[in-house]
Design a protein around this ligand. Structure first.
Ligand code: NAD
Length: 494
């Protein structure tokens, strides 16, 4: 079946998804799809990335499961009309925001967390009432095949389709007209996706990457920081979009930090990480070569690791010290198990360095004094920020997940995902009574009408403080509301 034909089939069924009850049904079906196949998900992830079972469960299966449950628990609330604050002019009108589905959306996933990066956008698309085509990454082949096999057995085939393939298939898909595209991956392809979407004026959510900095302050429990950084950087062999990409640290702390990282890595993966059941592999030869070349080209000195085995797609957890800002490791996102340490003597130096580069997807700062941490959050811009830990900002579905500037646009997770795939329709419903009031805005225009319109609608600047100004505003509004209600009733009685 051609891609246009698949899209046509889904488009013919968009009305089915308008029913909130049907969305519940589809989300419950997706939950069964996750729960009844836990072993198959973990096997596929092991094949693609050598992921440990616990990591598969925590960061993929259970994570996605929790996302479905979050949507099931909140969907009724999120789909309700959202009544808005009114002004004098609309006092007797019904004014609300109606969340409506967009139609058929395209979800393009990446390979590093290949379950959650396809299914979490799908959950959001379903709860917002859309049909969807999913295009998993061809690099995580086993998981992509499993998604293609399992999904049609659980969710409605007339509303959802999985299309597997690489550049050719994605390019063909992008020629079609969708109502929204959510893409996860690198920024070069992000530009291709956005350009293709622009041809149809299709809105996009782009979940991209970049170099996420991690500042370690001079006054900091360096050993604890090292454990948290080592986990964030080396989980999934560094192939995590929000992993700390490099450390900024005062020179006086660097030796302690290195010792802490070494100790943490030994504790997590043993003396030889290659033998560890819990250490992942690089996804393919191309990415192996890309990361290996960065290590080979660095002018910094390798303090930890540096070993690799191409046949096994293995690169050991590697920490490089004395790295200059112009080093090969500081050019693009590393997206592999390498952590450069760059000197920044003070928080001010770190902020200057961060602000001179692209806005990152995530930013981390470690300091004993939370004021220092909050100050860095305030003086920099990034998709997300986490103080005194790494990556934990994504564990909370009430926080949005997304980038800013070159690290992405739009966000999802929890209600943010529901919003990403919804149109917020402005609705105002008037009664047919009180036409006399409406006469004010019809021609012929007169000065008297104008002064009434000004009185009714011209905005007044609110005084910024003081309980009295608030109280007097509330009292005036209440009196006016009562007067208008009385007038309305009288109009009906006359
Ligand atoms: P990838 O190679 O799997 O590509 C992503 C998707 O784009 C795939 O489905 C692929 O088929 C498609 N694609 C590739 N080339 C294309 C082309 N020329 N035209 C059309 N489609 C094409 O993944 P990747 O890009 O290697 O992913 C890694 C990047 O993604 C990193 O930068 C990482 O930081 C980022 N990432 C971001 C997030 C996030 O949530 N922000 C999550 C994961 C990864």
């Amino acid at each position: 079946m051609s891609m246009a034909a698949v899209l046509e089939r889904l488009r013919a069924n968009v009305d089915k998804m308008k029913s909130v009850e049907y969305r519940h049904e589809q989300l419950r079906a997706l939950l069964r799809c996750i729960d009844e196949n836990v072993d198959r998900w973990t096997e596929a992830l092991r094949k693609d990335l050598h992921k440990a079972k616990m990591e598969c469960l925590v960061m993929e299966v259970n994570y996605t499961r929790n996302e479905v449950i979050c949507h099931l628990n909140n969907l009724d609330e999120w789909t309700k009309p959202e009544y808005v604050k009114k002004e004098l002019l609309q006092i007797s009108d019904e004014c609300y925001i109606q969340k409506e589905p967009l139609g058929v959306v395209l979800i393009i996933g990446a390979w590093n967390y290949p379950v959650q990066l396809v299914l979490c956008p799908l959950i959001a698309a379903i709860s917002a009432g859309n049909c969807a085509i999913m295009k998993p990454s061809e690099l995580s082949e086993a998981t992509a095949a499993l998604i293609e096999e399992l999904l049609p057995k659980y969710v409605d085939k007339d509303c959802f389709a999985v299309i597997n393939g690489g550049v050719k298939e994605t390019t063909e898909l992008l020629e079609q007209k969708f109502d929204h595209i959510m893409y996860t991956g690198n920024s070069n392809v992000g530009k291709i996706v956005m350009a293709a979407a622009a041809k149809h004026l299709t809105p996009v959510t782009l979940e991209l990457g970049g170099k996420s900095p991690c500042y370690v302050d001079k006054n900091c429990d360096v050993e604890v920081a090292a454990r948290r950084i080592a986990w964030g950087r080396f989980v999934n062999s560094g192939q995590t979009c929000i992993a700390p990409d490099y450390v900024l640290c005062p020179s006086e702390n660097q030796e302690r930090l290195l010792k802490g990282l070494q100790a943490a890595l030994e504790e997590y993966f043993g003396k030889d990480p290659k033998e560890s059941e819990d250490y992942c592999r690089i996804v393919n030869q191309r990415h192996f070569q890309r990361v290996k070349t960065m290590i080979d080209k660095t002018k910094g000195s390798i303090a930890i690791g540096g070993d690799s085995d191409e046949k096994d797609l293995y690169i050991s957890p590697t920490v490089v010290k004395d790295v200059q800002p112009t080093d090969a490791l500081m050019e693009g996102e590393i997206f592999g198990p390498v952590l450069p340490i760059v000197t920044a003597e003070t928080a001010d130096d770190a902020v200057r360095f961060i602000n001179s580069r692209d806005k990152p997807l995530a930013l981390y700062a470690f300091a004993n004094d939370k004021k220092v941490v909050r100050d860095i959050a305030q003086r920099t811009s990034s998709g997300s920020f986490c103080g005194n830990d790494t990556m934990m900002q994504m564990s909370l579905a009430t926080l949005p997940f997304g980038g800013v500037g070159p690290s992405g646009m739009g966000s999802y997770h929890g209600k943010f995902g529901f919003d990403a795939f919804s149109h917020k329709k402005a609705v105002l419903v008037k009664a047919l009574a009180m036409e006399k009031v409406n006469n004010l805005r019809y021609p012929p225009y007169t000065e008297k009408k104008m002064s009434w319109i000004n009185w009714l609608s011209a905005k007044k600047e609110k005084s910024r403080g003081g309980i009295f100004s608030f109280l007097s505003f509330t009292v005036i509004m209440t009196i006016l509301a009562v007067l208008i209600k009385v007038l309305t009733v009288m109009t009906y009685l006359v």
